[in-house]
Design a protein around this ligand. Structure first.
Ligand code: ADP
Length: 175
């Protein structure tokens, strides 16, 4: 049985992430869709919120298991018996980052391979930060996130906008 993990911050998920998770689930016996609990960047949604979005998105795909993790991705992969780390590739900028991360992970764990899936064309320029920026500016996001994410996003942005002391927080979240 080949187990793969698809790790990331997923703050929050959008259709680009969901597309990669579902396509990867067709390639491996089990896909652990893993949310990094404490990324170095500021996050908008708690680990529990991000997990809930992912569970909802994966509810019709029985071989996707949604889990949180902390620490080294390769250690988490080993604990789960996963031999593959799945990542998504959008434009060339992703390639450099993913290439470096894959080589660093190979140094740490020779037995674990990184497999990158190319984004579907319609999601090529979609990122969580673009999504937050569009939503913050009042733009339409219905085509890029599931309805439950859109509702949560609008609610969170309204809370942040209501609190003038949180201007700096909003800016760092949008970066
Ligand atoms: P990170 O894990 O680097 O904080 P994300 O959580 O946004 O970033 O993304 C997790 C993974 O999903 C990464 O491999 C990223 O390249 C991939 N990804 C993000 N957006 C898309 C997209 N629109 N299409 C395909 N893959 C994507």
């Amino acid at each position: 049985m080949t187990v793969a993990i698809y790790p990331g911050s997923f703050d929050p998920i959008h259709y680009g992430h969901i597309d990669i998770a579902k396509r990867a689930a067709q390639l491996f016996d089990k896909l652990i869709w893993a949310v990094y609990a404490r990324p170095l960047k500021d996050i908008m949604f708690s680990t529990e919120e991000r997990l809930a979005f992912m569970r909802e998105a994966a509810k019709d795909t029985p071989n996707i298991l949604v889990m949180p993790y902390g620490g080294l991705t390769v250690e988490f992969a080993r604990q789960q018996g996963a031999k593959v780390i799945v990542r998504g590739l959008r434009v060339t900028y992703d390639f450099e980052i993913e290439y470096q991360t894959a080589l660093a992970n190979r140094q740490l764990a020779e037995d674990i391979e990184t497999v990158c899936l190319m984004t579907s064309l319609k999601y090529a320029f979609l990122s969580s930060s673009t999504l937050k920026e569009v939503a913050f500016a009042g733009g339409q996001v219905a085509e890029i996130v599931p309805p439950y994410v859109e509702v949560a996003l609008r609610k969170r942005l309204a809370q942040l906008q209501d609190d003038p002391g949180d201007k700096v927080k909003v800016i760092s979240l949008l970066e």
